[in-house]
Design a protein around this ligand. Structure first.
Ligand code: EPU
Length: 316
């Protein structure tokens, strides 16, 4: 079946939720990449209907939150993209907050702080939706998403809703285990009562410290590579030591502030970013023998426009 035919199905079956030919550059923080059909459910019933339609048709849906950890190819992607951004209902219940997958993490951190609920401060400054933060176990030096997570509500591919314990998602370093076709629709965090001024103060401290080290205002996908396991240094240091800080391809540049960020100065393409990724990987590999692995998820429209990332460099 042609792509147009498939898109027609979604547009005709879900006219209020589907929009064809949407720029994914505009829906992602690195601001590169082509377009796709985007589905924007507003309720769990909408998600259920979309998940069931996809399962019946044997189609895969890609799930997008704030788009802060994806690198979309210049051709976009052929699969429908389910954006969780409209699922943003958020309720405080005593020490707990139940937040829809599309809730923006920075807003949630601040709302909890103002109510005198502590625990989310480590997550301030992480550009993410709640769903994306859960799916990737987003975090940093002060803590990770799973530290305060009490439960996660998942929509299965067959449209059934399941409440999972955090442990059931087997969280690891920037990863969790979700089943095929499963979508995080909601998460509950359990927080500690504290003086609002204290929590707000800590939130500001974490943000200020982060802002000194990272290019928070630039268009980027956060850290582009994982920190290598077992290596003495983090990816940022390895890249800087390999002389790549400030290196650029087109408008894609290795941030002069933090070498594990690739920033889009204005009009970078995905292929500029990927060429720079390759250059950085080669430089680090030549100097240290460490093969950096992408931390961002590659959304690859058709493999031909994406330089092969695996296999070009073999670890010794
Ligand atoms: N460093 C350099 N040069 C650089 C960058 C860093 O020498 O250009 C050095 C620093 O001086 C420091 C060490 O490398 O000694 C580690 O740097 P940093 O503290 O900035 O932490 P990181 O390991 O680079 C990790 C996470 C970040 C998270 C920070 C802070 C990964 C890949 N990165 O970075 O997460 O914000 O810790 O908690 O795990 C992300 O996941 O997208 C991300 C940005």
């Amino acid at each position: 079946m042609s792509l147009d035919c498939r898109n027609n199905f979604w547009a005709e079956s879900f006219p209020a939720l589907a929009r064809a030919d949407q720029s994914l550059a505009r829906l992602t923080t690195l601001r590169v990449g082509g377009s796709a059909l985007v589905l924007s459910p507003r309720t769990h019933d909408d998600v259920r209907a979309l998940a069931r339609a996809a399962a019946e048709r044997g189609e895969r849906l890609r799930v997008l939150g704030l788009g802060a950890n994806v690198l979309v190819s210049d051709r976009g992607v052929p699969e429908p993209v389910l954006s969780t951004r409209q699922l943003r209902e958020c309720r405080f219940e005593g020490r707990r907050v139940r937040a829809g997958a599309g809730t923006l993490l920075p807003g949630l951190v601040n709302a909890a702080a103002r109510r005198g609920l502590a625990g989310l401060e480590p997550l301030v400054g992480i550009p993410a939706t709640v769903g994306g933060a859960v799916a990737m176990n987003a975090g940093g030096r002060y803590g990770n998403t799973f530290d305060t997570l009490a439960s996660v509500t998942v929509m299965r591919a067959d449209g059934e809703i399941e409440e999972r314990t955090p442990a059931a998602l087997k969280p690891g370093y920037r990863r969790t285990e979700l089943g095929e076709g499963e979508i995080v629709v909601e998460a509950v965090f359990e927080l500690e009562p504290a003086a609002p001024e204290a929590v707000l103060g800590r939130t500001q401290d974490v943000l200020a410290e982060k802002g000194q080290r990272q290019p928070l205002d630039a268009w980027s996908a956060g850290c582009i590579f994982k920190n290598p396991t077992g290596a003495a240094a983090s990816a940022g240091k390895l890249i800087e030591d390999a002389g790549q800080k400030g290196a650029s391809v087109g408008d894609a540049m290795v941030s002069p502030k933090h070498a594990n960020f690739i920033v889009n100065r204005r009009s970078a393409s995905a292929s500029d970013v990927l060429s720079l990724v390759e250059r950085v990987r080669s430089a680090v590999f030549d100097r240290t023998g460490v093969l950096l692995e992408l931390e961002v998820r590659l959304w690859d429209g058709e493999s031909s426009d994406v330089p092969a990332l695996e296999g070009v460099l073999q670890p010794t």
